[in-house]
Ligand binder design. Sequence first.
Ligand code: GLN
Length: 514
Amino acid sequence: MNEKIVVIDFGGQYNQLVARRVREAHVYCEIVSYRTPLTEILAMSPKGIILTGGPNSVYEPGAPAAGRELFETGIPVLGLCYGAQLMMQVLGGEVRRAPEREYGKTEVALDTPVSPLFAGVSDPTICWMSHNDYIFRVAPGFRVTAHTDNCPVAAAENAEKRLYAFQFHPEVLHSVQGTRMLENFVRGICGCRGDWRMEDFAERTVRELREKIGDGKVLCALSGGVDSSVAAVLLSRAVGKNLTCVFVDHGLLRKNEANEVEAVFGPEGAYELNFVRVNARHRFYVKLAGVTDPETKRKIIGEEFIRVFEEEAKKIGRVDYLVQGTIYPDVVESGLGGESATIKSHHNVGGLPDYVDFREIVEPLRLLFKDEVRAVGLHLGIPEYLVMRQPFPGPGLGIRIIGDVTEEKVRMVQDADAIFREEMANAGLGGQVGQYFAALTNVRSVGVMGDERTYDYAIALRAVDTIDFMTADCSEIPYGVLKKVTSRIVNEVSHVNRVFYDLTSKPPGTIEFE
Ligand code: GLN
């Protein structure tokens, strides 16, 4: 049985980071909504509970709440920001609008005796603050363990009851020693051994899948992306030829991608599994003809994908389990696992399949973050170029072509994107930039080529630096590289006569265009 920390989500921006830091301390961790009944949380037998930040004010009517019982189970609780304020309010302290709100890196002074959560932490220490409210009075039984110039209670604790509160966000890397503090909590206070390892994950998962599936038949929709590839290899290791991977080429993949996927997973590849490639591009182009609305395009692609997949599944016959490469951020972005707002519909998550008769969905990566999935992939020996591949949306180039999709436009964006990737690699920037790609704007403009007037399309280049893909900043690609890419695209890709570079960050932009 794994030792486990449960993170209760109050809608804060950094919740995924909390889970991540706990795993970096080698303790397994799951996030649940604040709506989850306490009995369910207790049934998970957590060794500790962390309450996240959140956008509300605890004293507002209707703000996410918690019962007193949450703090009376004997399990250590650490409240962060909103979580800290909530703990104080529920236990009889007082939270008010702060006379001076704090935002950004802030010097935090420790009070004596130094709290065990601050073992090994310097005094003062820089922490990330983001709050409008503050703890005006701590609850009975608590003592203040840190303060700032503007904030009399930057941290407080009731050591006897094992309750801890931080006004700042230790999970954010700007909190210089925040990782240490979280480690102090999960190991020192909660007593976790910290023996959870990413490598263990692969072996354990293969073992568990094998036990669970036995000689059942497994079907996997392989997209060629990192997530479904890693999921497929885990399943291949677990059940071998009882796994069939269906790879649908919807004609919206990157240049050469379909052949690359086939080379790795097909009959020439290294894995024991059945591989079915479906060339369905024309069906998709027909369905998409004339459609310009982004969400409609996503829907059409998703539905057609299901239809194709279903036809193949029928040919295969019996299916007991269906594999999906869902990872944690998919669950959160789709508004299923978290309290944060739904940003986009996601093909990996949600209502998918009552269209194939199967017993159960298996999602072996459901609790992992992208880089954790990559670590597992490398551990499993999947080729590095596949594991380190850029994130690619399920609807593919369909949403990187603004406006209606045609075969000709797909060709343009594929070629432009291939040039961009090639030049980024030539410049040695490939692995350094979080995500980069070409998109086709729906803009046509006048140009001149060989003394002749052109009236052709504009390509947009996008490159962003990001750690977690939740926020991103435009990457400062050297002008020389951008100019080279621009000139190659305009010269080599017919019907493109202009190239733009997108300087927008996320937020307010998203990384993808649609
Ligand atoms: N909304 C609360 C405040 O402004 C909590 C903020 C947070 O959790 N980041 O103080």
